[in-house]
Design a binder for this molecule. Structure first.
Ligand SMILES: [Zn+2]
Ligand SMILES: [Zn+2]
Ligand SMILES: [Zn+2]
Length: 661
């Protein structure tokens, strides 16, 4: 475990950092140097529980196949939408708790205490003797008599603060805390249901492909009757919550001191055992202890829990990466613990590792680091956060800090949404509760892969003394010495070049024979060139494979080269159109930095400009197109305009919407 890549991990300021002992300390200040503060908080229980349960569902071995087969979403939502044991107990016994709060049993406390004379109503016999023994109570001491200021009186008053009443009042507190958490969970389930089932309103604003994938993703964890069950459960619990809240105004609640706590295991008092209402309150208390109570943790237990949760968060990040890659048609091969090789037709192979610090690294000749941050940054000061993230910019690798929850409020929306332009270190918020965490991760990976794992274009070599190729050929070009293949050859193209090469070879062989016979000199270079040409043609299909594969539907596309001006093809680009779905993709030159970048115009069945208009900057284009994106489409939604993946400059001249980022 010595190799925790600390150099690459964010500093302590961001939260969820490593201690020297190898544990994670989150927002606890114990390990922080003096004078520094953590920007993030340890995530809420709902989030950490979800990643822990998800890791359990994938299993300990966590092979990539197991991750690929498990949707990276909160588990068993259908079950959680139904009433849980404590929900049912509350429904059964709440009226007894109400009865007790409104009509509690009160003790008549009979007790003697010293009171000022004016308040003493009955003076017991013992009073005089007592008075003599308490000289402090003598107001005046005269020679003749003692004038008392206080005398022993018998005080009788209603006593609220019975043990049994304390049980009832504390139970109200406990149940309210339980219901608040439970309702938050149910509301999250409702959000997911609304987003994955009911597209009637949003349908105009999101691609039907994205909508379809999201509802498919959640279908395993939801059932057809979940919606109905969920609303019934919510209704019941909201009602119980209101009833409990109204008990806070009952006299009993106000009379019993707040500070007094009650031990978990109840004393079997006469009232708790025999009173018809109190005994139900006791039953409800025991149900709460069993199902709703979280044990107090020691510091050690808490550290251990957090370490497990952080480990599960690391796993979740890897899980999202694996799912994203598989979604995009990549297949993985395990190469040892924490090491995989990803491959796909038409792409360069990518090596993937996850180190002991949880960092997932994808590498070709470029490198992408996904750093898991088990932290909730929603409460962090946006400026401080942005400054800190900025300080981690690196031109060696693209760095993504993967934190828990929704995108943060930092002013730079590219940084908030995981767009790594110009070596920017960026944030990426996700969670098993996130409706589109997988879609967005797939988009992020896809944008990086198309930059880092696309083979060189065009395929070119240098050959001298080759004869001019037929002018009708569009897929291959020869301008001595540059032999350049611009698109994948069709079978007809291949047949034509083979016929041409063999005719040329024959011709040259004949010339050579005749020259030999006549004992004349002849050039060998042209014959060599034909051989080189044939080898180049044989290898070209594999090197250009995948260009014609539709990134959206997998159908076949027609590729049209745009050769550019340079003989070696260094400025050549290409464009393809899917004959099945109408999507278009290809490369284009950037007017800002001169690099060529990939763009994809997915056929999404919507008015992009209208969708852009109605989508917050922070969610563009994720909420509209999901993973069907290479370069970021212009924020105005104008078709055919994109921001360069390297420098971020928009292709629409003078675009105001994009230049502000
Ligand atoms: Zn297509
Ligand atoms: Zn550029
Ligand atoms: Zn623009």
């Amino acid at each position: 475990m010595g190799g925790r890549a600390r150099a690459h991990l964010p500093t302590t300021f961001l939260c969820d950092a490593w201690t020297r002992e190898g544990g994670r300390f989150g927002d606890e200040t114990a390990g922080l140097p003096e004078g520094t503060t953590a920007l993030g908080r340890w995530p809420a229980e709902l989030d950490t529980d979800a990643v822990v349960r998800l890791a359990e569902a994938v299993g300990d071995s966590a092979s990539w196949e197991a991750m690929a087969a498990t949707p990276p979403v909160a588990q068993k939502l259908a079950e959680r939408a139904r009433p849980q044991p404590l929900d049912l107990e509350i429904a059964r016994h709440l009226r007894h708790l109400q009865h007790v709060c409104h009509r509690p049993r009160l003790h008549l406390r009979v007790e003697e205490e010293r009171l000022p004379v004016s308040r003493a109503r009955r003076i017991p016999v013992r009073a005089v003797a007592d008075l003599v023994s308490h000289p402090g109570d003598w107001e005046h001491r005269t020679l003749r008599s003692i004038q008392p200021s206080r005398v022993l009186a018998r005080q009788i008053e209603d006593e609220w603060n019975l043990y049994e009443n304390r049980v009832a009042v504390r139970l109200v507190d406990h149940l309210l805390a339980y219901l608040a958490k439970r309702l938050e969970e149910l509301r999250k389930i409702k959000e997911i249901l609304d987003a994955s089932r009911d597209y009637s309103e949003q349908m105009q604003r999101t691609s039907y492909r994205r909508a379809g994938r999201i509802s498919e993703l959640w279908s395993d964890t939801l059932e057809s009757k979940t919606e109905e069950e969920l609303s019934r459960t919510m209704q019941r619990l909201e009602l119980a919550q209101r009833d409990l809240q109204s008990l806070l105004d009952a006299s009993l609640y106000r009379q019993v001191p707040r500070r007094q706590s009650v031990a978990l295991s109840l004393k079997p008092t006469n009232i708790l055992v025999n009173d018809p209402h109190y005994r139900k309150v006791a039953a409800l208390w025991r149900a709460w202890v069993k199902y709703g109570h979280k044990r107090q943790e020691t510091q050690q237990q808490r550290a251990k829990r957090r370490s497990t949760e952080a480990g599960c968060w690391d796993r979740f990040v890897l899980h999202l990466v694996v799912r994203g890659l598989v979604d995009l048609g990549w297949s993985l091969q395990e190469q040892g613990p924490g090491r995989w090789r990803a491959s796909r037709a038409g792409s360069l192979p990518v090596s993937i590792t996850q180190d002991d610090g949880g960092v997932v690294r994808l590498s070709t000749d470029r490198s992408l680091s996904l750093v898991p941050l088990c932290a909730d940054l929603s409460g962090a000061d946006p400026d401080a956060l942005q400054g800190l993230v900025q300080s981690l910019d690196s031109n060696k690798a693209d760095v993504v800090l993967v934190h828990v929850g929704a995108p943060t409020a930092v002013a730079d929306v590219d940084r908030a949404g995981g767009w790594t332009f110009r070596g920017k270190t960026v944030l990426f918020g996700c969670s098993p509760w996130g409706i589109d965490s997988e879609e967005r991760m797939a988009r992020l990976l896809r944008g990086w892969l198309v930059r880092a794992a696309s083979p060189a274009y065009p395929v070119a070599t240098e050959v001298r003394a080759l004869e001019q190729l037929p002018r009708t050929w569009t897929w291959i070009r020869y301008q001595e010495p540059h032999l350049v293949a611009l698109r994948p050859p069709t079978p007809e193209d291949l047949a034509a070049s083979a016929a041409w090469a063999s005719a040329k070879a024959k011709e040259l062989d004949t010339v050579a024979r005749r020259a030999k016979a006549a004992k004349q000199a002849f050039a060998v270079a042209p014959r060599e060139a034909v051989r080189a040409f044939q080898r180049f043609v044989d290898e070209a299909p594999a090197k250009l494979a995948g260009m014609d594969l539709c990134p959206v539907c997998g159908g076949e596309g027609m590729v049209e080269p745009r050769p550019g001006r340079r003989a070696d093809g260094a400025d050549a680009t290409w464009w393809a159109m899917c004959t099945a779905c109408g999507s278009e993709w290809g490369t284009r030159p950037c007017t800002g930095c001169g690099s060529r970048y990939h763009t994809l115009a997915a056929q999404a069945g919507l008015d992009l400009a209208d969708a852009a208009e109605n989508t917050p900057d922070r969610e563009w284009p994720d909420r509209v197109l999901g993973r069907d994106v290479w370069a970021q489409p212009c924020r105005s939604g104008t078709p055919g305009e994109y921001r360069c993946s390297e420098c971020g400059v928009c292709s629409a001249r003078g675009c105001r919407r994009c230049s502000s980022f």
